[in-house]
Design a protein around this ligand. Structure first.
Ligand SMILES: [Ca+2]
Length: 123
């Protein structure tokens, strides 16, 4: 039976545990080197990712006249932190202005297009 093997003395399990720990530490070290090294190899990559995923309305400098204009320009769910936020366009005062109307296309589709456009290589 398997349990008698553990009672008789050291088995392969001990060596495998050490090997497993060393392997995990090695993989963790490799991941650390990659994570720490990538920004040094490609210094602009993290800036570009941050820009791509940045809330688009943060790049605006003033609110839209109304939510219809915001929606026509492709802006939905404008957060309070954005310069484009207007409390008058946030009817439920939850910090999000110009939420999509029922029947509007899902805003995340437009957001995905923006992210893809921002991630395209500059030629
Ligand atoms: Ca709201």
């Amino acid at each position: 039976m398997a349990w008698t093997r553990h009672e008789t003395g050291p088995s392969d399990d001990g060596r495998w545990s050490v090997l497993r720990i060393v392997t995990v530490l090695w993989i963790a070290a490799c991941c650390g080197v990659i994570v720490m090294g990538l920004p040094r190899m490609y210094p602009k990559a993290d800036q570009r990712l941050a820009y791509a995923f940045r809330e688009p309305s943060m790049d605006l400098d003033k609110p839209f006249a109304n939510c219809a204009q915001a929606h026509a320009a492709g802006f939905y769910d404008i957060p309070r932190a954005s310069p484009a936020y207007d409390g008058g366009q946030d009817g439920d005062n939850d910090g999000i202005a110009c939420e999509p109307d029922p029947g509007d296309p899902p805003p995340f589709l437009g957001r995905l297009k923006t992210i893809a456009k921002r991630l395209k290589p500059v030629t």
